[in-house]
Design a protein around this ligand. Structure first.
Ligand SMILES: [Zn+2]
Length: 622
């Protein structure tokens, strides 16, 4: 009976998957017991490109889709992090392995002494957002600025289903580029404008998430953006949103002849529907190339004309590769839902934003390709599948790492058997180091930057690849597509991923989510003993797994076996000889073969992240 149910559910899934491939997912704020808040922004700012100061107005139409009454709201004022004494500064000064973009080593390589760059900022170099006024439905509000968070007590609580207007005036200063955003980055890009505006914190079924800006990362409210940026007319912009007045602006955006403006400044008008962030960058020396994809977005490439010839060459060569990357992600995750994507030289490495990325541009081709693949992949994992990056960093960085490496394995024609081999090695080294913290650790709360990156990037990628080992590669592919189809434009959580895999595979998988993400239990199996035709395996690590085993017989033939894990209540599709299931409580497990054994190998695929694989192979002498 169970098998019949599995068959039927696979069939329905197949239909819904084909629909998902053909259609763009739609935005829904409230459905079937799920709700998310909505914040529609209208903003205008005027930028002074000599003082790097700007004035702004902001209207947010905020819709409380929650069933709860809200007595307060919170805004992020991210630029305030770039001030001496900020939480970001103190963390940089006290963590043992500070981010080298935030701290410079004034000691030696052997005896490093790190100095926080934020601590050295002068008044005209810091970042800030000063809120000058704030009102709710026209009535002034009181507020407190607490570091990077604006705490607002409402005069009038917001009722479930109610829509209110928040109007703000503010002034800001763009900091010297330290981390992600800022002015005059090390490659001379004038303005990298991310996390630049007062931004409402997200409220969800777990309450408010007014995280201070310490390092990482973001979680924001879905909505529509209407943004006008007034800036010196020589500056070329790129970023989130569709330009509404291309023929007033020109700079490569025009669709017909541009009337030259007599004013010193131009006002760029952007509309961005269904996003949870708005970023942009500007420089007077940007080269602006565009490429219209077949069945895909218009791609924009903005990079400094003054780059060396070899870098310029990389920026040309990356353009057709970007098309290949979009095609890969469209096919293997789901259709990119926006009409535009921009790859922009800026920032301090690579960072993902709505419809765009800012990345440093002085890179050889391979480095530019790797970063481009990673940042574009974030359009799926984190932008459209907008998980809480502070709380579930592995769903963002890990899944991105996974799909990036799978795509590059094909696009670079590496065709490695395991595209995630580096992620496995990094995770296994980390698990064996004694420094591991569980994936449930809040992103800023890892003891070291190393622990964060190994957890979020490496173990997160292994989570998905290894899920393929558990449920089968085909089922993993279907799981990823269904996950995108069901959770695009929402805030998916870890349980959503594993429930999707359960629905696709018909297997029980909560144990995998719990052990691999909520604990630091490790996987370590061994071939304990071979006696003529009997194999005995041992579970040494505390985390259980279903086991693939290949037996080589004395006559030179081989046979694959599969030992289901009892708590999965089933097995992945396999052509291997199916054995009795193994309950995790039993430390050892024995089975009989039909012929005399020469050697036994646990998991020849290497897709199970066994932290000590040396004991996975045992051969009989003579
Ligand atoms: Zn990333």
């Amino acid at each position: 009976m169970r098998y019949l149910i599995v068959l039927i559910s696979c069939f329905t899934l197949f239909i819904s998957n084909s629909e998902a491939i053909a259609q763009t997912p739609q935005m829904v704020y409230k459905t079937d017991g799920y709700w998310q808040q909505q914040a529609d922004y209208t903003m205008e700012i005027d930028m002074d490109v000599t003082s790097f100061q700007f004035n702004g107005t902001q209207n947010i139409v905020y819709t409380n889709n929650s069933p709860n009454v809200l007595d307060n709201v919170f805004y992020h004022l991210y630029f305030n992090a770039f001030q001496p004494g900020s939480e970001m500064d103190i963390r940089t000064q006290t963590i043992s392995d500070p981010d080298r973009r935030l701290a410079q080593n004034v000691g030696t390589k052997e005896n490093p002494i790190y100095e926080s760059r934020i601590a050295k900022l002068q008044a005209d170099e810091i970042g800030y957002i000063n809120v000058k006024s704030l009102s709710q439905n026209g009535k002034p509000l009181n507020y407190d600025v607490v570091g990077t968070v604006l705490e607002v007590k409402l005069n009038q609580p917001i009722q479930p289903g109610e829509q209110v207007n928040f109007d703000m005036t503010f002034e800001g200063q763009v900091p010297i580029q330290i981390r992600r955003s800022g002015r005059n980055n090390k490659e001379g890009v004038a303005l990298s404008m991310s996390q630049w505006y007062p931004k409402l914190a997200e409220y969800d079924d777990e309450g408010w998430h007014a995280y201070p800006y310490i390092a990482r990362e973001f979680y924001s409210v879905w909505g529509n953006y209407d943004v006008k940026i007034t800036i010196d007319k020589t500056y070329v912009l790129g970023g989130t949103g569709y330009l509404q007045n291309p023929n007033e602006i020109g700079h490569g955006y025009e669709t017909s002849e541009v009337k030259p403006s007599k004013k010193d400044k131009l006002t760029w008008h952007f509309i961005a529907p269904n996003v949870h962030d708005f970023a942009w960058a500007a420089d007077p020396e940007y080269q602006h190339d565009t490429l219209l994809m077949n069945n895909g977005p218009t791609l924009h490439f903005l990079y400094k004309k003054t780059l060396d010839e070899t870098y310029l060459d990389s920026w040309k060569k990356i353009q057709s590769k970007t098309v290949e990357l979009f095609n890969y992600f469209n096919e293997n995750v789901g259709v990119y839902p926006y009409k535009q994507y921009s790859i922009i030289q800026g920032g301090d490495g690579g960072m993902e934003y709505g419809m765009c990325t800012l990345m440093t541009g002085k890179r050889n081709f391979n480095s530019l390709l790797g970063t481009t693949a990673h940042e574009i992949a974030h359009s799926w994992f984190q932008f459209v599948l907008a998980s809480n990056e502070s709380k579930h960093e592995w769903m963002d960085e890990g899944f991105t790492n996974y799909i990036e490496d799978e795509a590059l394995n094909i696009i670079k024609a590496d065709y490695k058997e395991n595209a995630q081999d580096k992620a496995y090695q990094r995770y296994i080294d980390y698990a064996n180091s004694g420094l591991e913290q569980p994936l449930t650790t809040q992103a800023d709360r890892y003891a070291t930057n190393l622990a964060y990156s190994r957890s979020a990037y490496s173990k997160g990628a292994v989570f998905l690849k290894q899920l393929g080992y558990i449920i089968g590669e085909d089922n993993l592919g279907k799981t990823i597509k269904k996950y995108y189809n069901d959770f695009a434009f929402k805030h998916p959580k870890p349980l959503d991923v594993i429930r999707t895999a359960e629905k696709v595979s018909g297997l029980e998988l909560d144990w995998y989510l719990i052990d691999f993400t909520q604990t630091t239990n490790t996987i370590d199996y061994a071939v304990k003993n071979i006696s003529k035709k009997t194999v005995t395996l041992e579970r040494i690590g505390f985390m259980p797994m279903p086991i693939d085993v290949t037996v080589t017989y004395k006559d030179g033939t081989t046979e694959d076996f599969y030992i289901p894990l009892r708590q999965m209540r089933g097995e992945k599709p396999t052509s291997a000889t199916l054995l009795e299931d193994w309950a995790w409580v039993a430390p050892t497990y024995s089975f009989e073969t039909s012929k005399k054994i020469a050697s036994v190998q646990i998991d020849p695929s290497g897709l199970m992240a066994d932290v000590n694989s040396e004991d996975n192979l045992l051969s009989i002498k003579n």
